[in-house]
Design a protein around this ligand. Structure first.
Ligand code: HEM
Length: 370
C-alpha cells in the first residue's frame, strides 16, 4: 500500500516536470532575449523576463504624461488615461490658494478694523449744511445695487465652495452644509448674469468719469487725505481711489466673467492657450500654448477664477467700508442720491464747481473745500 502511494507521487511529479519543461524553455528564451551577449539587459526589456519580455516603459510614460490615444466614442477626453496635472491642480487649490486666499480676505478685514480704530470715522469737517446736491440718479443707484447685491451673494457662495468644508461644515454639520452648498451653487450660477450685465452697464455709464487725470497723481501722493485729518486733495466726480475701485470692478468683473463662463460651459471654449500665446509674444516665460489641453484649460480657469475673485473681494471690502461706516455722509450718495454740499465740497470740490457752473447755481455761503 505504502509502495503504491510512493509510485503515484512519483508519477505525478514526473508529469508536472514534463508539463513544466516547455514553460521552462520559453522562460529561458525570454531571459536570453532580454540580455545582450555580455549578459546585460537589452534596453526596454525586463531582466529575467519576469514581467514579460518588454516593460513597455515608453508606453506607460506616455500615459502618465497625459498622452492622448484613440477612442471610438465621441468624448475625446476619454482618450487621456492619466491626467497628471489634476494632482497639481488639487495641490494648488487645497494648498496655497486656500491658505493665501484667506490671508488676503481676512487680512483686509482686520486691516480695516485697525484703520477704523486708529483713524475713526472720517467726519464732514464743516458739519452738515442741510443743503444737498444730487450725486447719483435713479439709474446709477439701481445699477450700483444690482451689481453690489449680486456680487455679495456671488462672493459668499464662492467662498463657501472654497472654504465651506473647513468653516461651515464643522459648525453646521454635513447635511445642512450640503443643502446650503447646493442652493449656493444655484445662486452662484444664476446671479453671475445680473453681475455681468451690471458691470457692463456700469462701464458704459461711468467710464468717462474714470479716465485718469493730473489730479489723480496729487490725490495719490497725499493718499487722498485718508490718513491725515484736514487734507482734501482736489477731485472731480471720482477721485483716484474711486477710479482704482472702478477699474478693479470692470477688469476684475471681465476676467471673472470669462473664466466663469468657461466653467459654466465646460470644454466649449478655452482662453488660456490664447492668453499664453499673447504673453509669450511679449516675452513672458509661460507654458507653450500648444501644450495646453482642454482639461488644463478648465483647471487653469478654476484656479484663476478663485484667485482673482478673492483679490476682488478684498478690494470691495475696502470699498464697502469707506462707503458706509468709514466716512460720514458717503452712503447717502447711493441711498437717496443726495449728498450734503459740505461733504461734496470736501471730497469732490471740482465736481461741485462743474455742476454749479452747468446749472448756474453757485452758492457762495457754502464752505470752500480745503
Ligand atoms: C454694502 C455694500 C456697498 C456699499 C455700502 C457701497 C457704497 C457705495 C457708495 C456710497 C458709493 C458712492 C461713493 C461716492 O459717492 O463717491 C459707491 C460707489 C461705487 N460702488 Fe459701491 N457699495 C457697496 C458694494 C459695492 C460692490 C459689491 C461693488 C462692485 C462689486 C461696488 C462698486 C461700486 C463702484 C464701481 C462705485 C463707483 C466708484 C466708487 O465710488 O468707488 N459697490 N458704493
Amino acid at each position: 500500500m505504502r509502495a503504491l502511494r510512493l509510485l503515484t507521487c512519483l508519477a505525478v511529479l514526473l508529469a508536472m516536470m514534463g508539463a513544466a519543461a516547455p514553460l521552462q524553455t520559453a522562460w529561458a528564451q525570454q531571459v536570453s532575449q532580454s540580455l545582450d551577449e555580455s549578459g546585460d539587459p537589452v534596453a526596454g526589456n525586463v531582466p529575467g523576463g519576469s514581467l514579460g519580455n518588454s516593460s513597455d516603459s515608453e508606453l506607460w510614460r506616455a500615459i502618465r504624461k497625459g498622452g492622448q490615444f484613440g477612442v471610438s466614442i465621441p468624448d475625446e477626453q476619454a482618450a487621456i488615461m492619466v491626467q497628471s496635472e489634476g494632482e497639481l491642480w488639487e495641490e494648488v487649490r487645497n494648498g496655497p490658494l486656500t491658505f493665501y486666499g484667506a490671508v488676503v480676505v481676512v487680512g483686509m478685514f482686520w486691516l480695516l478694523v485697525i484703520f477704523f480704530f486708529i483713524r475713526g470715522r472720517i467726519k464732514i469737517e464743516h458739519g452738515m449744511s442741510g443743503q444737498t446736491i444730487e450725486r447719483f440718479g435713479m439709474l446709477e443707484r439701481s445699477l450700483h445695487w444690482m451689481v453690489a447685491v449680486s456680487f455679495i451673494v456671488l462672493a459668499l457662495t464662492g467662498m463657501n465652495i472654497l472654504w465651506g468644508k473647513h468653516v461651515i461644515m464643522p459648525i453646521l454639520g454635513k447635511e445642512i452644509f450640503a443643502t446650503i452648498s447646493m442652493w449656493g451653487k444655484y445662486a452662484h450660477n444664476f446671479l453671475a448674469f445680473p453681475f455681468m450685465l451690471g458691470v457692463a452697464l456700469m462701464f458704459v455709464l461711468w467710464v468717462r468719469h474714470n479716465i485718469p487725470n493730473k489730479h489723480d497723481l496729487i490725490w495719490l501722493s497725499k493718499a487722498g487725505g485718508l490718513f491725515t485729518k484736514g487734507v482734501h486733495p482736489p477731485s472731480r466726480k471720482f477721485n483716484a481711489g474711486q477710479k482704482l475701485i472702478f477699474w478693479s470692478v470692470v477688469l476684475g468683473g471681465l476676467t471673472l466673467s470669462l473664466s466663469g463662463v468657461a466653467m459654466l460651459l465646460p470644454f466649449e471654449f478655452g482662453m488660456w492657450a490664447k492668453t499664453f500665446g499673447v504673453l509669450q509674444s511679449i516675452g513672458f516665460n509661460v507654458p507653450d500654448p500648444a501644450s495646453v489641453t482642454p482639461m488644463m484649460e478648465m483647471q487653469l480657469s478654476t484656479l484663476w477664477h478663485s484667485a482673482a475673485s478673492l483679490v476682488m473681494i478684498a478690494i470691495v471690502l475696502a470699498h464697502i467700508y469707506i462707503g458706509s461706516v468709514g466716512m460720514e455722509g458717503a452712503l447717502d450718495a447711493m441711498g437717496s442720491g443726495q449728498v450734503d454740499i459740505n461733504w461734496a465740497r470736501e471730497h469732490h470740490n471740482l465736481w461741485v464747481e462743474e455742476v454749479e457752473a452747468e446749472q448756474g447755481t453757485a452758492k457762495p455761503q457754502a464752505q470752500p473745500a480745503e
